[in-house]
Each structure stands twice: as C-alpha cells, then as structure tokens.
Design a protein around this ligand. Sequence first.
Ligand code: XMP
Length: 315
Amino acid sequence: MNDPAAFVRTALDDLRAKVPGNAIVAASGGIDSTTAAVLAERALGDRARAVFVDTGLLRAGEVERVGAFFRASHLAYDVADASDRFFATLAGITDPEEKRRRIGTAFIRLFEEEAARHGADRLIQGTIAPDWIESGGALRDTIKTHHNVGGVPKDSKLTLVEPLRDLYKDEVRAVARQLGIPEPDRQPFPGPGLAVRVNGPVTPERVRRARVANDVVESEIERAVAAGEIARPWQYFAVLLDARTVGVLGDNRIHGEAVSVRVVESVDAMTATAMAMPRAVLTRIAERITRQLSGEVVRVLYDITDKPPGTIEWE
Ligand code: XMP
C-alpha cells in the first residue's frame, strides 16, 4: 500500500459490498481495531457498532483510556464486562496455546451475543497481515494459534470481515493518520491482553501483579523517552514468569515471583531487536516493581533476546 487515501476509498467500497445488514466491530482500543472501527463507521454509519470487551486482562486504566480514545475518534461503542467469564475459562490452564484457544472462543461467544442484540450477522475485526501469517495462514507452520478471535467456528452465525488483512503495522498507522485517529504510533497491545504476559496459571491475583509491573515499565519508559534518555521503543512491557524464586524481606528469606522486562525496537513486529537500555532506567524499573509488589515479586530480569529466535510476547 503506498497511498493511504486510495486505500481508504477502496476499503469503504469493500465494506459496503461485504456488509449488507448490520455489523459489530471487535474493538480493543488498539490502533488496528480502532482503524477498522472508524472505517466501518464511515462506510456503514449506524449499521456498525463497536464492542469493547473488558476481559479482566487489560492494563491499568485501560477501560477509561479506550473510552476517551473512542470518543476522540467519534465512535459509538458498547463495553461488555466479561472478566468473570475469561477468568473462569482460563482457570487451571497453563498451556499457552490452550490459553489462546480458550480466549478466542470466549471472545467469539461474546461477540455472538452482542451481534444478536444488534441484529448483526457480520463481525468486523482489525486483523493485519502478521496476525494471519503467524497464525498459520499461507500454508506456513503455525507460529501463533490465534489472533484475538481465533477464526470463527463452523457453527457460528457470524461472518468475519477483515478490512486491514493485507496491511502491515506501519501501513495501518499511515491509514490511521489519514483518518485523523489520535496517537497512531502508540505501542501495540495484544487482544488476549495480559494473559499472554502471565506465564503459568492466569488468576486474578497474578494478573494484578502483571498489571502493576506493566504499569511501572510503561511509566518509566515513557519518562525516559520524555527526558531524552532513550528513543521511543516499538513495545515495552513486563511478563510475570512461571517461576518461584528466593528473596529477602526484612530479616526473612521469602519465596516470590519473577518478572521479565521486554523492550524492543521493530518496524513491523515480524522481526525485533531487544533494546540496549541505560542501566539507570532498568534499575528504576526493578526498584519500583519490587517495591510496589513487595513480598510478591522478588526478582526482575531484562530480556536481551531478539526476534527471531524469541517472539515479542512471552505467552
Ligand atoms: P509476537 O509475540 O508474535 O508478537 O512476536 C508480534 C506482535 O503482535 C502482537 N500480538 C498480538 N496482537 N492479538 C493482537 O492483536 C494477538 O493475539 C497478538 N499476539 C501478539 C504483539 O504484542 C507484537 O506487537
């Protein structure tokens, strides 16, 4: 794609052709799904309705942030509060691929309910090229089991429509800029949310730890960017590891959890480089995480693996 304006014109025609009735848009607040939602609104008006799912796996302040973002983009949306459902379906599951499958199924069942409420038979999703390429499209071996809604099951009444399917992230950002969507360069956040950043069991307690650690990484990196200490990375977050490790609290040895910090530079997420971080920024991150999660997280590591061989998320 070299002309975002031409892409928008074609995408609007395409959406009108593919959506004869009503549609709902799976909207996570990320740049891909927001771009899909704005295109849908322009093409279909009131016939498209954005649905934002509170999975309980979101970052700190995300519901408010996404709401403000949709309002700035002039999008009408519904919030589906489904955290109990997501935690219930993930209870006791440690296999990363099984987690993804279950999250995908929970999403699709929820969207079916929302679609029924709106009399919709189309589900518009912001899938982009790396999502399906890495999900085993184009005859590749499966790298990623699913992208958000892991394919619509055969028994579903919903037909999937994916207006951004052939674009890479930098191209989506150009389209978002063309559409006047705010902050087109903000960092990606995966649809399965903190579940792919909690290794091992996904419990409300462990997600809370991942959320606190993630918030520390985001705020310290943003501070370092604002202070000119580092260039803005592609993505920066924390992962709660499936490890028990020994720490010291006061006069006692305690067992706690470990967090890995991931900061990468990339152009399209197909490859990535672990960022060479100033020691002072990493030290601030480690100090704050272990202080804010005192007695719970006793060790912080920095991931120096590029993609490949590592992926960006740990899963
Ligand atoms: P990986 O971990 O495969 O991630 O190197 C590449 C990029 O994709 C994001 N990601 C996702 N985004 N739904 C999304 O919307 C997903 O299921 C998903 N899995 C990974 C990841 O954050 C990174 O930017």
